[in-house]
Design a protein around this ligand. Structure first.
Ligand SMILES: Nc1ncnc2c1ncn2[C@@H]1O[C@H](COP(=O)(O)OP(=O)(O)OP(=O)(O)O)[C@@H](O)[C@H]1O
Length: 360
């Protein structure tokens, strides 16, 4: 297992004259040994480019990549000691399930007793023990994909395991089972794992840290809770959550924000750079509707079982509020935002509260 260091990595597929020519903009990150990371972002944001740079299929135009402190930038995939799991299962049909799992270990001359023990643990964690002796040929797609996942995890000498949308071909109702299996294996073996997906549920349930990418840039690396409570970029606010974060243009006046002609109290004083586009972000979970606050015009109410999603506008901008099941939507509601859950953004990036001048 290894720590992965991305040191000033940039990549352009053609000549790069400006920042926009880079499919991957400057990256400087250290991903810890044994961490489970998800690369999350919309189509075309650069996930596969980054994964290929880690695996060695692609050499970055600029920068270095290190595994456990060792520079591997110039090394091909086979010299990097990584395991990869792809969208479609890769299994040996003529071998049994257990033989498929044992194969990478046999190839490396691991002693038979150790192979037996490791294969038994992986079989158990992926709930494959009952079909261990069945030939892979007749298995369902999800059982075949479990074998692919297991073959990556069975080795203890890999620097990292890379997963490229591995649940794409799996039936939705079986996805949770595979995700749970992966989690168990990660807890047991502690591999460094990098998991590419455009599905937020998959990313948030799999990873300790989610790396959110947008237009060739990593916009936040955070725990699911950090992405939810303190999105560092408005894109993270929109992309994570359902519905995503509400974003309203505001002007700042110390501890107050002006929305249209009305005022919202802020948890602290904020200052934005001159000329910046300033916005207030608040998730629908932290908007309440009642008799006080900002004028809110209801446009639609979606009853989704455990809660109601109320869509409306404030000062002409779309805003959603999530109310508990059974809550009444007032006839002429006003909206309040939970004070400690308000974030402020300047040109899409989250602002830190302004620090007070130290007393002279
Ligand atoms: N071989 C290539 N040559 C030129 N441009 C490429 C190449 N591969 C990717 N790109 C471009 O680089 C950008 C990032 O693509 P990438 O495939 O890394 O995104 P992604 O997030 O993995 O998308 P998806 O989820 O659709 O696979 C896109 O604009 C894409 O068109």
């Amino acid at each position: 297992m290894a720590e992965i260091t991305l040191d000033h990595i940039r990549h352009a597929y053609g000549p790069a004259k400006s920042r926009d020519d880079y499919a991957l903009k400057e990256l400087n990150h250290v991903w810890s040994d044994g961490g489970a990371y998800a690369l999350l972002g919309p189509s075309g944001c650069g996930k596969t480019t980054l994964l290929n740079i880690i695996s060695g299929l692609l050499t970055p135009s600029e920068g270095r990549i290190l595994f456990g402190g060792k520079d591997v930038t110039g090394l091909p995939p086979e010299a990097r000691n990584i395991a990869q799991v792809f969208q479609f299962p890769v299994v040996y049909d003529t071998m049994s399930v257990a033989e498929n799992l044992a194969f990478p270990l046999k190839n490396r001359g691991v002693p038979a007793a150790e192979i037996k023990a490791r294969v038994a643990r992986v079989l158990d964690m992926l709930r494959l023990t009952a079909i261990a002796d069945k030939k892979a040929a007749g298995l369902t797609a999800d059982n075949k994909q479990k074998i692919s996942l297991g073959r990556g995890m069975v080795r203890d000498d890999v620097a990292a395991i890379l997963f490229d949308e591995p649940l794409t071909v799996i039936d939705p109702h079986l996805k949770w089972e595979l995700r749970a299996g992966l989690k168990r294996l990660h807890r047991e073996f502690g591999h460094t794992m990098v998991y590419v997906t455009h599905d937020q549920t998959e990313a948030l349930t799999f990873a300790d840290k989610v790396v959110v990418m947008y237009a060739g840039e990593v916009v936040q690396v955070g725990t699911p809770e950090e992405l939810f409570l303190t999105p560092t970029h408005t894109f993270v606010g929109y992309f994570i959550g359902s519905p995503g974060m509400n974003v309203l243009p505001v002007t700042l006046e110390g501890t107050t924000a002006r929305v249209g002609g009305e005022e919202v109290a802020l948890p602290a004083a904020f200052a934005a750079p001159a000329g910046a586009r300033v916005e207030l972000g608040v998730r629908p979970e932290f908007v309440t509707l009642g008799a006080e606050g900002l004028a809110f015009t209801t446009t639609r109410v979606d009853d989704v079982g455990r809660e109601k999603i109320v869509h409306g506008t404030i000062a002409g901008r779309d805003v959603a509020a999530i109310l508990p099941e059974g809550a009444e939507v007032p006839a002429e509601p006003r909206a309040r935002f939970r004070l400690d859950r308000i974030n402020l953004y300047a040109d899409d990036w989250r602002l830190a509260p302004a620090t007070k001048e130290p007393a002279a």
